[in-house]
Design a protein around this ligand. Structure first.
Ligand code: SAH
Length: 246
């Protein structure tokens, strides 16, 4: 089964964009995944092809019309039943590696990209649409968020990444940040690669990596650490402490 994405957008020319190069691009050409970008404006109801209108209650910007969005979603869902419909919105549930993995194991996605002030809220009441955010930042449109979500899914598809194991050791896969990496030269501007990594002792290396992974998560991401150990971290002040390289 090929992972397939349909992206509903006012800017279909943004796709596949960066996903057309490197590993994702090769996988796209080889048919490991597929995508189509659909112009939301094609579902406009009036002869001016209007997709937005002024916000009820006043204020700046424009809001995407619920009737146009519903037509676009219904069309995509009819063509691809079984794929979840996901709207990109900063009001959504933060995207996690766990959700990415679930999506990558499924048939694909239908992604809805907002613009302007976003969507008429009634679309989320009237249709089964998952709201997803890619971080506590505000983008100008959902397209970059959709590209992010797709990139994260595609790299997990069988055959896309070179080493099959590398996907499982990454940050977040076990609830922790990954340990840091080094490569040649062994010394650079007086800074050396930690001795243990050059020791050839695989047991010690694994131990060092595990400890760095845990230390760095605790100091940099107390939120992740708290979840990992399942207890409340009382204070994030420890996050300021330096980690010693050894
Ligand atoms: N007025 C909205 C922001 C609209 S930004 C608000 O304050 O919540 C325009 C569009 O960009 C959104 O509809 C959404 O599709 C996309 N977007 C912006 N930030 C995003 C984020 N963090 N995650 C996912 N999509 C985002």
């Amino acid at each position: 089964m090929t992972f397939a994405a349909t992206v509903l957008t006012l800017y279909p020319e943004m796709f596949p964009g960066p996903l057309g190069v490197s590993l994702a691009g090769r996988a796209l050409r080889e048919g490991t995944w597929a995508m189509d970008a659909v112009q939301i404006r094609d579902f406009a109801i009036d002869r001016h092809k209007t997709v937005d209108d002024t916000p009820a209650g006043g204020g700046a910007g424009m809001v995407l019309r619920v009737d146009v969005l519903a037509k676009a979603i219904d069309h995509a869902r009819e063509a691809h039943p079984g794929r979840p419909v996901i709207a990109m919105t900063p009001r959504g549930k933060p995207l996690t590696q766990e959700r990415v993995r679930e999506l990558a194991e499924g048939p694909g996605v239908i992604l809805l990209c907002g613009r302007f002030e976003g969507f008429d809220e009634r679309i989320f009441e009237g249709r089964d649409v998952e709201e997803v955010s890619v971080g506590d930042i505000v983008l100008s449109g959902g397209e970059c968020a959709a590209l992010m979500l797709l990139d994260a899914c595609i790299r997990l598809l069988p055959g896309v990444m070179g080493a099959a194991s590398s996907g499982h050791e990454e940050s977040f896969e076990n609830g922790l940040l990954e340990y840091p990496h080094y490569t040649r030269p062994a010394e650079w501007e007086g800074r050396v690669i930690p001795e243990v990594l050059r020791s050839g002792d695989h047991g010690k290396i694994a131990e060092w990596r595990k400890r760095r992974s845990e230390d760095d998560t605790r100091l940099r991401r107390p939120d992740l650490w708290e979840r990992h150990i399942g207890v409340r971290v009382q204070s994030a002040s420890g996050a300021q402490r330096e980690v010693q390289d050894d």
